[in-house]
Design a protein around this ligand. Structure first.
Ligand code: NAP
Length: 311
């Protein structure tokens, strides 16, 4: 197993779904020489044609079942609500010993959807690269997407250790740092670190758009006051995020409950002029930001490195 381009880690990788994540995988697999052959599959003919134009694979197949035939690694990169249907389509065609994985932002529900359709002769190792942008489709991907970002594997108990190790090595070769945990723990962690922040962004952008006492042009004009950063997150793919909330319902509701309670504490502090509570809270949150910068998960440049606009 090497990444020197001489001995690919996999003979044939089938990528089912070729949007932001699938196409980023295609690009990094090619760059690092991780597979002898990349088979690209996607639902719509126009997306497949675009993937072909971009040269993302060696073979192209609209039928997901056909695409996975003979593959020793299959990665499903579709909205989480479609995982079960895709697993059902590919299940009968999977080669013995193949590693089957996904990249879904929700894990417990995806495992519940996919596992019943996968034959016992394959190794199912679900994964979630915690890396992304607000863009979608095969044009949006880039080989560096996973660099220095975490990828979380959630192998079910009893999964073949060699298969887990191989997928771990694969994600490391894609530039990621890797951790394993249970699907349920993953879903709680991601509910607070990703899903609730997205819900907040969707909510605040929606509220601002509906305001009557502040005009839409004022909202846009003065967006650098903080609002602009929410609009980036709130521009994320509606299908993907609808599915995340529907399929991580329990963890999101649990974390949302905690969030709303804490929001009431801040509301109360503002109402009663309790500056100490606000100051302490804001001091603690600043330390979290410093922690993120310390581990290289964001830039410390002012204004997120946007810099002054050239006229
Ligand atoms: P994307 O750019 O929108 O691409 C989605 C892909 O899935 C396309 O190939 C699309 O095919 C296919 N697809 C859509 N609906 C489908 C259906 N009902 N049945 C079968 N295939 C379908 O999405 P993405 O951002 O790559 O996200 C893919 C997965 O990665 C999701 O599970 C998401 O939770 C996870 N993820 C996303 C991010 C992120 O920031 N975007 C980060 C980490 C993980 P057609 O175009 O042919 O219809």
């Amino acid at each position: 197993m090497s990444t020197d381009g001489k001995t690919p880690m996999f003979e044939r990788v089938a990528l089912v779904g070729i949007g932001l994540i699938g196409s980023s995988l295609a690009r990094v697999i090619r760059r690092e020489g991780l597979a002898r052959e990349i088979v690209v599959s996607t639902r719509r003919a126009e997306t497949l044609a675009r993937a072909r134009e971009l040269g993302l694979g060696d073979a192209y197949e609209q039928d997901a079942g056909k695409a996975v035939e003979g593959a020793d690694l299959v990665v499903v990169s579709v909205p989480v609500g479609s995982s079960g249907a895709v697993a059902q389509a590919i299940g009968p065609h999977l080669a013995p010993g193949a590693i089957v994985s996904d990249v879904g932002s929700v894990k417990a529900d995806v495992v519940r959807q996919m596992a019943p359709h996968l034959p016992p002769h394959v190794h199912f190792v679900p994964a979630h690269p915690v890396a992304g942008t607000e863009h979608s489709g095969p044009d949006a991907g880039f080989a560096e997407l996973f660099e220095n970002k975490w990828c979380i594997l959630t192998p079910p108990t009893g999964t073949d250790e060699a298969a887990v190790e191989k997928l771990l090595a694969f994600w490391r070769a894609c530039g990621s740092k890797v951790e394993t945990m249970t699907p349920e723990h993953h879903d709680l962690v991601l509910a607070i670190t990703s899903h609730i922040p997205h819900l907040m962004a969707y909510n605040i952008v929606g509220t601002a758009a509906d305001l009557e006492m502040v005009t839409a042009s004022e909202v846009i004009k003065f967006s650098a006051g903080g609002f602009r950063d929410f609009t980036r997150i709130a521009a994320s793919d509606p299908t993907m995020w609808r599915d995340v909330f529907l399929h991580n319902k329990e963890a999101v509701l649990e974390m949302l409950g905690r969030f709303i309670e804490d929001l009431f504490v801040l509301q109360r502090a503002i109402r009663f002029g309790d500056g100490d509570t606000l100051f302490e809270h804001f001091t603690e949150t600043r330390a979290i930001r410093r922690g993120i910068l310390d581990i290289g998960q964001d830039t410390a440049a002012p204004d997120f490195g946007r810099g002054p606009k050239k006229s």
